[in-house]
Write a protein of this length. Structure first.
Length: 170
């Protein structure tokens, strides 16, 4: 004796609904990876011919603790003379300044990567906000490194680039 056709169809439909729900839950639980976002920033030295520069990528898709997702910053720093006539002044030290902001535009994390006057170097750093706060965007600038005097030194930086995460890839 065979089961009625409508009972078989109903069982297949129910199984399809359960499988679709299961796949939806699994897809939501696995975050889609976002492509890294490129950045670059530079600043000209006080001598008029030395250029301090950085270029790299910010990656929001780094696997980590979900409550404290970092932004991975990888890149290189470069220092070079651009061919302009140099003034007889020694350029001050520089650093790459990264500031992470929350979705309300409040700065929540920062770090500085030194830029050597003698040449370039590579870096990989992680910018992490406070527990439970995701970094919505990052600003990147090459800045003059101020002496640690405890006084409120004026921030002296080249142009600032704002870096946002790329849309997620499915």
């Amino acid at each position: 004796m065979h089961p009625p056709q409508h009972a078989v169809r109903n069982a297949v439909r129910a199984a399809s609904v359960v499988l679709a729900a299961l796949f939806t839950i699994l897809a939501a639980a696995t975050p889609a990876s976002a492509a890294p976002t490129s950045f670059s920033a530079s600043d000209r030295g006080e001598d008029g011919c030395t250029v301090f520069e950085t270029a790299g990528q910010a990656d929001w898709s780094v696997n980590s603790i979900p409550e404290m997702p970092p932004v991975e910053l990888t890149g290189k720093t470069y220092t070079y003379a651009d061919g302009h006539m140099c003034l007889p002044v020694v350029p001050r030290d520089r650093h790459v300044e990264f500031i992470g902001y929350d979705r309300y535009g409040k700065p929540i994390a920062e770090l500085a990567v030194p830029v050597s006057v003698d040449g370039g170097s590579e870096y990989t750093e992680y910018l992490v906000g406070p527990y439970g706060t995701r970094i919505a965007y990052v600003t990147v600038a090459v800045c003059v490194t101020q002496p640690a005097t405890g006084s409120g030194a004026v921030r002296d930086c080249g142009a600032t680039q704002v870096v946002y995460p790329q849309p997620a890839r499915g």
